[in-house]
Design a protein around this ligand. Structure first.
Ligand code: DGY
Length: 328
């Protein structure tokens, strides 16, 4: 018997976090590359004081019932927490932690990389060379739009959306944004960003980049009608969550030339099966949900998730709770 808190960590995360967890707890760490199957997850969390989850692990009433009434914290290794039923945790006074702030710049880097790659057809060019099709310099070969001077529409103007705006300013882009709440004038001035209602932004932007949380309000936000309202030359970038875009409608829009291209870090479903129709389209670039995947950022996320977990099992306030109302 031991009085050290028992925790389950649902995947191997960087040592920046694991070392502290091992030092402070009796930790079971799921060793596989793939997430624990549901039955394994439910078995592993039984009787735990804390659980470190990933965006692939659903935390709901069933999960909380199986963990048991001693559960003191759910620490999610992500800034997004749409995999967690936060209301269910709050009803049981269980704090939920996430990892805000530390991945903002890294995620914005990838959003900008996808924007550049889709506009300048980088992945298509690479496939063209590898297929042995590069025979000469061609005046008409793989033409795309300019990024500099283009109009960027940022949907969701939180930390990451604003970080993308800072990058776009360096490229002389004209920046529009949409959010439920309009930014204050000083921030608009600093970033050179102009507010637009969503429908206006979609109609004006050369590139639309998504930075909203997944919620019931944003599920399917970019649907067939909204895709139709975009320019036929427009590019859609999604580093937010897959279900923010209607996948079937996006496939049709790309196939039928309603928009020019899409670049996706996140998809619905996720992962996207290798035979998915989107992957048969040359104008669709897909990477496997890697926006925060720099070594330094994943280390910071691990340290932050560990700090939330350890604070929770000790009965202390989490450094970054998403449901601070549990503290009264
Ligand atoms: C998040 O943190 O929500 C990302 O999707 C993974 O880093």
């Amino acid at each position: 018997m031991t009085d050290r808190p028992r925790v389950f960590v649902a995947r191997v995360i960087p040592e920046d976090g694991l070392a502290a967890i091992r030092a402070g707890c009796d930790a079971e760490i799921w060793p596989d590359e793939l997430p624990p199957p549901r039955a394994e997850l439910l078995r592993a969390i039984e009787g735990c004081d804390g659980v470190l989850t990933l965006l692939t692990d659903r935390v709901d009433d069933e999960f909380l019932d199986r963990a048991g009434p001693q559960l003191k914290v759910v620490s999610n290794f992500a800034v997004g927490f749409d995999n967690v039923d936060v209301a269910a945790c709050t009803r049981r006074a269980i704090p939920v932690g996430n990892t805000p702030g530390v991945l903002t710049e890294t995620t914005a880097d990838l959003a900008f990389a996808l924007l550049m790659a889709a506009a300048r057809r980088v992945a298509e060019g690479d496939r063209y060379v590898r297929a042995g099709r590069w025979r000469t310099w061609g005046p008409m070969l793989l033409l795309g739009p300019d990024v500099h001077g283009a109009t960027l529409g940022i949907v969701g103007f939180g930390r990451i959306g604003q970080a993308v705006a800072r990058r776009a300013a360096g490229f002389g882009m004209h920046i529009l944004y949409h959010d439920l709440q309009r930014a204050d004038e000083a921030l608009e001035r600093e970033l050179g960003a102009t507010y637009r209602p969503l429908e206006d932004l979609l109609g004006e932007a050369d590139v639309v980049t998504l930075h909203v949380n997944l919620s019931e309000e944003t599920r399917g936000l970019i649907d067939a009608a909204r895709l139709r309202s975009m320019k036929p030359t427009a590019i859609l970038v999604n580093t937010a969550r897959g279900p923010v875009v209607d996948t079937g409608a996006l496939h049709e829009a790309l196939r039928d030339g309603l928009i020019a291209a899409a670049a996706l870090d996140v998809t619905d479903p996720e992962p996207l099966p290798a035979d998915h129709p989107l992957l048969a389209l040359d104008n669709c670039l897909v990477v496997p949900h890697i926006a925060s995947a720099s070594r330094a950022t994943r280390g910071r996320m691990a340290a932050m998730a560990a700090a939330n977990l350890l604070a929770g099992v000790r009965g202390e306030r989490l450094p970054t709770p998403v449901n601070p109302e549990v503290y009264g």
